[in-house]
Design a protein around this ligand. Structure first.
Ligand SMILES: [Zn+2]
Length: 629
């Protein structure tokens, strides 16, 4: 990697862009280091068996250095702020652990113990961060855990801090916005495998760190790769204005469903005059649609809730903090920060719709929409994580879908069929390669990547084609201000040069064990191999002991649907078991034969019905191709 270099064209583009950056504004440097108490002496975080989870020194090459020529200086600066790791005091009684993961963990001190907010992605990372807190602030029992929203970087590390037993014994409340558990799990049921593979591109966890490699993801440096855990909430926050006092700490809540996450909330600590905005504000333009893939978010609702936040607490704030990045202190600055973030999402939404109603399509709007100079002059509105370009396309998609109404785009050939035709039209492989080379020489890396893509999809064994596509993607990565774009471009280049890196390893058994019965059947249904199942008709009843409900699953016409029934019809095979056993049977962690023998699972009817259904399920592929056909 180290011999990779930016071309003159890329350097010139970077220099031109850098000239417009508000380099005189150093406030973030003060804020990212303010209240610093200590760094952790434990710099390498691993699993129990020694697998690396997080390296606090991975980005030391960036500390105190000018941006490398192979990096956008704005993204470099963001990375430098994000590697200010350690324990920080926000205000007396409120502390943050930063730099231990993609996200930030906050600790609120109560009369006898502490409230922990958002325990990172991995149990190992959360435990290491909390150990630093304990080392400097003393051993205090955890009295409550708050999840601000339903994304894994805000709950996955929970078991590094508290246990199921403590929650069951009533020692710790687990507080989350209503709908948290459903959404935390649902995101993983339908498209989880593909999202994780794509997340490897977006966060660059498998990429080499270095000036010509991974330098961050804008929201945090990257994702930790330890054990993702989950403990279900014991308290739902259902409405704005809801209040709680925990261990002497007063909290007022604002629910913000359908913003950055489907279940999310902001909350205010009146005794500290401090506001936690979850992930509704951050020091970046966030995603309306993340490039790992997701349902499109609603920037209109997002902006509306931020207005409500300002109305609720704007006149009584001393500091606003969140679960990524550093806080903003001072009432005026904090309110202006909230208002700027609000304006940013609203402007993107409204201006995309203005142009959409003038007939422009997503890619066209993305190319011409400019943010107001007053917003561009703020660092926190820059697109380190979301980008104006892909957010505009997301707004278009939210209202219009994938189709731009031009019927020439209604039924085009798919990528491989199109590629062979494009390559032929350019005079065959050598002609197309000449076009790609010309684009490279002209510094038009977007066109070079487009032609290179067709060459590789026409023949993925063509080493020269793979090489020039990788080179073009790499230059696009070097120039990108957006961390997720840089990671995606460099991930593509890496896989073209040295083969697929697959999905970076994580384990998350708790997500599976939290599935509802209905989600279990949904997750099975999306694995049915349609054509092989066309002619099958399989009925199975499932008496779920701990829910006192009987479900009927029916496969017909290749579709597996389920519903609850009072009594399954005569002759239908019926399994009687708990929800946990059902999950075990589906995920392969329960030995069904042994369970039938010891009576954990009982069966009435022909057991072959299940064997036939299981035989129709297709495996998922966590290593599917992306930059090659
Ligand atoms: Zn997050």
């Amino acid at each position: 990697m180290s011999d990779r270099h930016a071309t003159d064209v890329t350097r010139a583009a970077i220099a031109e862009m850098a000239a417009s950056l508000p380099m005189h504004d150093q406030q973030d440097v003060d804020d990212a280091t303010r209240g610093f108490i200590a760094r952790s002496a434990q710099r390498q975080i691993t699993t129990e068996d020694g697998r690396p989870v997080w390296d606090l020194d991975a980005y030391e090459f960036m500390r105190g250095t000018e941006a490398a020529p192979t990096a956008n200086p704005s993204l470099w600066r963001q990375g430098q702020l994000l590697i200010e790791d350690g324990l920080f005091e926000v205000v007396p009684g409120i502390y943050q652990l930063r730099g231990f993961d993609l996200s930030v963990m906050s600790v609120i001190e109560g009369d006898t113990g502490v409230i922990v907010i958002d325990p990172l992605i991995s149990a190992e990372a959360a435990a290491a961060a909390f150990a630093l807190y304990t080392e400097h602030r003393g051993e205090r029992p955890v009295t409550a855990m708050i999840y601000t929203h339903s994304h894994a970087d805000h709950f996955g590390g929970v078991k590094g801090i508290i246990s199921d037993e403590q929650v069951a014994a009533g020692e710790v409340e687990v507080i989350a916005p209503e709908g948290f558990l459903h959404h935390a799990i649902a995101e993983n049921v339908f498209a989880g495998t593909a999202m994780l593979r794509r997340a490897g591109y977006m966060y660059g966890a498998a990429l080499e760190r270095g000036p010509a490699g991974q330098i961050g993801a804008g929201l945090g440096q990257t994702t930790s790769t330890g054990t993702v855990s989950l403990i279900a909430p014991t308290v739902d926050i259902t409405h704005t204005g809801q209040r709680m006092t925990i261990d002497g700490v007063e909290i007022e809540f604002q629910v913000t469903p359908g913003t950055e996450a489907p279940a999310e909330m902001n909350f205010y600590f009146p005794q500290h005059r401090a506001l936690c905005t979850a992930e509704n504000t951050s020091h970046t333009l966030h995603n309306i649609l993340t490039i790992r893939g997701a349902l499109v978010r609603d920037p209109h609702a997002w902006a509306h809730y931020l207005t409500e936040t300002i109305d609720l607490w704007g006149d009584q704030l001393d500091v606003v903090f969140a679960s990524h990045h550093w806080p903003t202190w001072g009432r005026e600055r904090a309110v202006e920060f909230l208002a700027m973030q609000r304006d940013m999402y609203l402007y993107l939404h409204d201006q995309t719709l203005r142009m959409l109603n003038q007939g422009l399509t997503g890619p066209e709007i993305a190319e011409v929409l400019e943010m107001p100079p007053s917003l561009e002059a703020q660092w926190h509105t820059h697109g380190y994580y979301g980008s104006v370009s892909h957010n505009v396309k997301a707004v278009y998609q939210r209202y219009m879908g994938w189709y731009d109404a031009n019927p020439a785009n209604l039924w085009p050939h798919p990528p491989e069929a199109a590629a062979t035709r494009y390559v032929a039209a350019m005079g065959g492989r050598d002609g197309a390669l000449a076009v790609a080379r010309q684009a490279w020489d002209d510094g038009d890396y977007r066109w070079c990547a487009e032609v290179g893509k067709h060459l590789v999809f026409a023949d993925d064994n063509d080493a020269e084609a793979r090489g020039i596509l990788a080179d073009a993607l790499e230059q696009l990565g070097f120039g990108a201000e957006n961390g997720t774009w840089r990671n995606a471009f460099l991930a593509g280049a890496t896989e073209l040069r040295s083969g697929a890196f697959g999905t970076p390893a994580t384990t998350s058994p708790d997500l599976l064990t939290s599935l509802t019965v209905s989600q279990v059947f949904d997750s099975v249904a999306v694995r049915v191999d349609g054509p092989r199942a066309w002619d099958e008709h399989i009925l199975i009843a499932w008496e779920i002991l701990d829910e006192d409900l009987t479900y009927l699953t029916e496969l017909r016409n290749g579709a597996l649907h389920h519903r609850t029934v009072d009594n399954p019809s005569e002759g239908v095979t019926t399994f009687t078991l708990t929800r946990a056993s059902l999950i075990g049977a589906v995920t392969g962690t329960l030995d069904l034969g042994a369970a039938l023998e010891d009576g954990t699972v009982t069966i009435d009817g022909d057991p072959e019905a299940l064997g036939r259904l299981v035989g129709l399920l297709a495996p998922v592929d966590p290593d599917f191709n992306i930059v090659t056909p």
